[in-house]
Design a protein around this ligand. Structure first.
Ligand code: ADP
Length: 264
């Protein structure tokens, strides 16, 4: 009868939905397992170095130069650990909708200059030139520290995936209407079309051997979205990558205007 047929159809439908859900659960568990193993490795590497150097220094007998070198490595590796833990905490805050923005009037040009200064030494090690193209002053309403975190993450990726002696360009330009585009462009290894759609997924990395957590772009995209903006990516394998952050702009205030929060 028809009723029997309908039931059969519904049961068949239900079974395929359940199968699909089971596959999704297995897939997301696999992603989490991969993340836990990659994050454990990321945490262990600096910890091993800190432990090794501190034991060496405690055992004594080193000249001041060697001691300074060891202390320098301990400090650098501790920073790396703090960075990793902060990234995981930020991600968890965003997941639970608990990231609070401290909004103020942000001068984008100043923020990009600060970003370049922060990452200068790292780029210098690969003789990478960091160029800023921003003729105008743009203001947006946002959380300066969080936006700097986004730009630092984008430039950090650009440095990581660019060859020595190359250039990275940061630029800011007005789009139509009251939108601003901040662009980070590199001429590095690029991302294939197949991977481009996934690099902003949490935990995703094209190659786990490159280090990192696979959280940077997911966090950056969510911070940009909390500002009412969006993050777009274009890339070509072997040619380079361009990340565009589009943000809503506030009206420009005259230079003499007081920069009070309530004027925004
Ligand atoms: P990670 O901490 O692993 O770098 P991200 O979320 O920042 O995490 O990036 C995810 C992945 O996207 C990277 O592992 C890399 O494979 C790819 N990627 C990001 N930025 C670039 C870039 N500028 N050039 C090439 N690949 C990139």
């Amino acid at each position: 009868t028809r009723i029997k047929g309908d039931y059969r159809y519904e049961i068949g439908d239900l079974a395929s939905t359940l199968n699909y859900m089971a596959d999704e659960i297995i897939r997301s568990n696999q992603i989490k397992d991969d993340f836990i193993s990659s994050i454990s490795h990321e945490l262990r590497t600096p910890l091993t170095s800190i432990k090794g150097w501190s034991e060496t220094l405690v055992s004594g007998g080193y000249d001041p130069e060697e001691t300074k070198l060891g202390m320098g490595i301990i400090s650098k590796e501790s920073d790396r650990l703090i960075g990793l833990v902060e990234e995981i905490l930020d991600f968890s805050k965003l997941q639970q909708n608990e990231m609070k923005l401290s909004m103020g009037r942000v001068d984008i040009k100043v923020l990009l200059q600060e970003t370049i200064l922060n990452i200068w030494a790292k780029a210098e090690k690969k003789r990478i030139h960091l160029l800023l193209e921003c003729d105008e002053t743009f203001f947006i309403k946002g959380d300066a520290n969080r936006l700097k975190q986004v730009f630092l993450n984008l430039v950090d990726n650009a440095v990581k995936f660019s060859p020595e002696d190359s250039s990275i360009v940061l630029s800011a330009q007005r789009l139509t209407g009251s939108e601003l585009a901040v662009i980070v462009r590199d001429s590095g290894i690029g991302i294939s079309e197949a991977h481009l759609g996934r690099v902003r997924d949490r935990f995703f990395q094209v190659d786990a051997l490159n280090g990192g957590t696979g959280l940077g772009l997911a966090i950056s995209q969510q911070i940009v979205e909390l500002h009412g903006g969006k993050l777009e990516m274009d890339s070509e394998l072997g040619k380079g990558t361009q990340v565009t952050v589009i943000l809503p702009m506030t009206e420009e205030l005259p230079p003499e205007a007081p920069q009070a929060e309530n004027l925004l």
